[in-house]
Design a protein around this ligand. Structure first.
Ligand code: ADP
Ligand code: MG
Length: 404
């Protein structure tokens, strides 16, 4: 049975119209690596992704580059339909996937009839149009801001953000800066075993206007070459940093690095809202505890109200473990959101790595371990390398992690 409940924009339609879409739609199940549509072909059907994952890419200098990926509950096609263009991108499954394809004339009919539906489609159009309509990708040299977020402590935001930043630098040779926006109680100096004399507070005392040269004087260099902007050593110093200053610094860093990896504090305040708006991708870190799942669901709803595009928000299930009384599929059902990444629970590796200040991605003996493999999957997604369809499959990750 097709369930369209995860498509929040369809809730603006009467139930009978939603039922009608199920009848009219073409339901396809395809295997990982199968293209769904190609760039420049006529665009005929609106796409609802029911399960799996699809990468949306564009040709750039003869090579396909992923511009974003869509998860279940995401749709694709409003820009082509409203602009009347041919297909602007190519869509390929990065896992086995299932779609419902709706004739574009039907979407146009619903837009004409239901103002609420038209508003939803328009809002999604506004978020994506410039990205899809520009000729080729990567026309600007600016990098991506990747934010690790949840309102609850203990999700692994700090540990996983630090290790992701290190891996992007060390194994993918990207220009990376890690920014600790836990401004009052930052943990990064301990996780990375680095001094924090250079930090956000010292930066805020430099005479404006801010520029990259001034920021560089307050970046700490890790032996891998990763740059880190630490939070101030004292909470009262952290409390003095202004949101517009943080915004300015993040924008300058984005122009000068491939990746700006942001660790956040356990709050949903104005600083976090600004950071989430500026981010190109949000990793919503969660664990399999019910309290986490409840809060994560509330955050997903709030992000939607803040009009943060759904494709920017990826749920990462950290400390995933079998037999905790909850299955990952149950987590997805209660969140009404797909889990994009799993990170296994490896207390015997992660906790000592923090206590000794030796991040686990720096430990040679761990190469090929499930924890490192999980992080490699996150990083290869971030750098836009389409993972080998033969090796990337959500089920295989679930199998790795849960030993199924
Ligand atoms: N995948 C994991 N397996 C085992 N322990 C983990 C994992 N990820 C994080 N932890 C542990 O969970 C605790 C909280 O992690 P932390 O990064 O400080 O969370 P947050 O920054 O979200 O509050 C730490 O003790 C960390 O070592
Ligand atoms: Mg933290």
């Amino acid at each position: 049975m097709i369930n369209l409940k995860t498509f929040s924009f369809l809730s603006t339609l009467p139930g009978r119209e939603v039922e009608n879409l199920k009848k009219l739609g073409r339901h396809l199940k395809l295997i990982s690596g199968t293209p769904l549509i190609k760039e420049k072909e006529p665009f005929k059907e609106f796409i609802l992704l029911l399960s799996g994952q699809i990468s949306v890419g564009k040709a750039h200098h003869g090579k396909r580059k992923t511009i974003f990926s869509i998860d279940p509950g995401n749709a694709y096609g409003e820009v082509e339909i409203l602009n009347g263009t041919t297909t602007l991108t190519s869509l390929v499954g990065t896992q086995d996937y299932e779609v419902l394809l709706i004739p574009k004339e039907e979407i146009l009919r619903l837009i004409g009839l239901y103002p609420g539906f038209a508003r939803e489609i328009r809002s999604s159009y506004c978020q994506r149009a410039s990205l899809l309509l520009e000729e080729g990708v990567a026309k600007s040299r600016s990098g991506q801001i990747i934010c690790f977020f949840n309102v609850k402590g203990g999700a692994g935001k700090s540990v996983i953000s630090a290790n992701t930043a290190l891996m992007l630098k060390k194994s993918y040779r990207k220009k990376v800066v890690l920014v600790d926006l836990n401004l009052c109680f930052g943990d990064q100096p301990i996780i990375l075993n680095l001094p924090n004399e250079k930090n956000f507070f010292e930066l805020s005392r430099i005479r404006p206007p801010m520029n990259f040269e001034k920021i560089q004087t307050q970046l700490t260099v890790h032996p891998t070459g990763l740059r880190v902007l630490f939070s101030p050593p004292l909470p009262e110093q952290g409390a003095q940093i202004r949101i517009d200053f943080v915004e300015q610094v993040l924008e300058i860093l984005k122009d000068n690095f491939d990746f700006v990896i942001v660790d956040t504090q356990n709050q949903f305040g104005d600083l976090e809202i600004k950071t989430l708006e500026l981010s190109d991708m949000i990793f919503l870190m969660t664990t399999m505890e019910l309290t986490f799942i409840k809060n994560t669901k509330l955050i997903i709803d709030l992000l939607q109200k803040l009009k943060i595009p759904r494709e920017k928000v990826k749920v990462v299930l950290n400390r995933a473990f079998k037999s905790l009384g909850l299955e990952p599929s149950q987590v997805e059902v209660s969140l009404r959101y797909a889990i994009s990444h799993f990170i296994p629970s490896e207390g015997e590796i992660v906790i000592p790595s923090v206590n000794t200040g030796t991040p686990f991605v720096m430990q040679k003996k761990l190469e090929g371990s499930p924890l490192i493999v999980a992080l490699e999957k996150i990083c290869s997604r971030l750098v836009g390398e389409d993972p080998n369809p033969g090796t990337w499959n959500m089920f295989s990750v679930v199998k790795d992690v849960f030993g199924l």
